[in-house]
Design a protein around this ligand. Structure first.
Ligand code: PMP
Length: 450
């Protein structure tokens, strides 16, 4: 795994990219994408031979790292045998993937509707909830991300919604608990939990319980900042949903498949939703795949009445073969327990130790291989290191921090005033320590802005 420099090849890749690739979420002329030559395990490298330890897992999806040989082989075998087949047929890779996923999802989430990724999983979960209840509205949290397609972006709470929000999608946002920046003047987790539940109940009362089809929540909000909910919150939402006949949708697109040191983040609290969306880690993103895990009661709604929705590539054999292989690898290699153990034994103590030495760290939070450092100018006032939704010059401190991390061979996941520590779930202890040392060095740059 020694990357060889090929700067001319890199220049050609970059030139074609700049001429013809239209990138997500970007002002096309203001970006400078790194040309990547290859990747393996927890690392990737550029055409100049520079290697980066990937503390972002791509977009938090390479839960078993890059190029796992068993998953690559499974994709190759499936391609040789049956590369594609339409979704109306029973195909071994598809039925086996569904069986393995259903075996791992909590409760009676035993039917799997496959999508191409996370956003369309959320689209379909919302549609199922509306059809199941016959109600129009959806409640979701402000600090959330649920995908870039129309319904999913309306359900999203963070600023990525603003430019595309039609305002006509029947979505009402509410505040989920987040003690560090409490909207409820809470001082303890217990207060935050109780007041957030009371706020949700009041929101439902004023919206009209009989108009609400679903409450959609990320089990642990990911891109919005990895806010692990206080004990009792998800159970409280479950109770509220039951009381009003509201479908509870947990979005596990980012938190699922080992990320939190459990198969699903829902397993941390034992709460079982009615619908659960997934994508990313289901096959480590080797081939696009997502889906909705469906409870018995909702599946029953569509037992004798057609479900009016589908996708050409629903349960694509290559994606499903990759999922089967990934889930087997995760079980064989004990990846979920590994993530939990290293999270507890290595990441948690190391990040708390960094917080003692770096004044820019306002809060450390997370679980498993799912951690965030919230960077601040001032620990007392908790003023964020950059303003909310900062871009350009306003984001200079985070840009400088990111550049320093990269200089030390670490590829970070940065969003607003946070850097997330989200390496592959099978990262080794030595790799983790290497990354944490680079993070330590980069945080010196962030400290300069405090
Ligand atoms: N839900 C959550 C919680 C996510 O983190 C994401 C992606 N970051 C999505 C949905 C959307 O997934 P995709 O990009 O695959 O459409």
């Amino acid at each position: 795994m020694t990357p060889q420099p090929h700067p001319e090849a890199g220049a050609a890749v970059k030139a074609a990219d700049r001429a013809h690739v239209f990138h997500s979420w970007s002002a096309q002329e203001l970006i400078d994408p790194l040309a990547v030559a290859g990747a393996e395990g927890s690392y990737f490298w550029d055409y100049d031979g520079r290697r980066y330890l990937d503390f972002s897992s791509g977009l938090v999806y390479t839960n078993i790292g890059y190029q796992h040989p068993k998953v690559v082989a499974a994709i190759q075998e499936q391609a040789a045998h049956l590369t594609t087949f339409a979704p109306a047929f029973a195909i071994e890779a598809r039925s086996e993937a569904a069986r393995l996923i259903a075996e791992r999802t909590p409760g009676d989430l035993d039917k799997i509707f496959f999508t191409n990724g996370g956003a369309d999983a959320v689209e379909h979960a919302v549609r199922m909830a509306r059809l199941h209840t016959g109600r129009p509205k959806v409640l979701s949290a402000y600090r959330s991300y649920h995908g870039g397609t129309q319904q999913a972006v309306n359900v999203t709470g963070d600023p990525r919604r603003w430019a595309s929000d039609t305002g006509a999608a029947g979505v009402v946002h509410f505040w989920a608990p987040f003690l560090y920046r409490s909207r409820f003047y809470a001082e303890t987790e217990e207060q935050e939990c109780a007041r957030a539940l009371e706020h949700l109940e009041t929101t439902i009362a004023f919206e009209g319980p009989g108009t609400i089809a679903a409450i959609v929540l990320e089990t642990i909000p990911g891109t919005a900042g990895i806010m692990v909910p206080p004990p009792g919150y998800l159970a409280g939402v479950r109770e509220i949903c039951d009381q009003h006949g509201i479908v509870f949708v947990l979005d596990e697109v980012m938190a699922g498949f080992g990320r939190t040191g459990e198969w699903f983040a829902a397993d941390l609290s034992g709460v079982v939703p009615d619908l659960m969306t997934f994508a990313k880690g289901v096959n480590s993103g080797y081939v696009p795949l997502g889906g909705v895990a469906i409870s018995g009661a909702i599946a029953e709604t569509f037992a004798r009445r057609p479900y009016p929705g589908g996708l050409t590539y629903s349960g694509h054999p290559l994606a499903c073969a990759a999922a089967v292989a990934t889930l087997r690898v995760m079980a064989e290699e004990g990846v979920v327990d590994h993530a939990r153990r290293l999270g507890e034994d290595v990441v948690a103590p190391a990040l708390h130790e960094l917080a003692e030495r770096h004044p820019s760290i306002g809060e450390v939070r997370g679980v498993g291989m799912f951690w965030a450092l919230e960077l601040v100018r001032n620990r007392e006032t908790r003023e964020p290191l950059v303003p909310y939704n900062a871009t350009g010059e306003a984001n200079a401190p985070m840009a400088a921090f990111g550049a320093a991390a990269k200089k030390h061979g670490l590829w970070p996941f940065i969003n607003m005033n946070r850097t997330h520590v989200v390496p592959p779930c099978n990262v080794s202890e030595a790799e983790l320590k290497e990354g944490l040392a680079a993070l330590d060095a980069a945080l010196l740059v962030a400290d300069e802005y405090t």
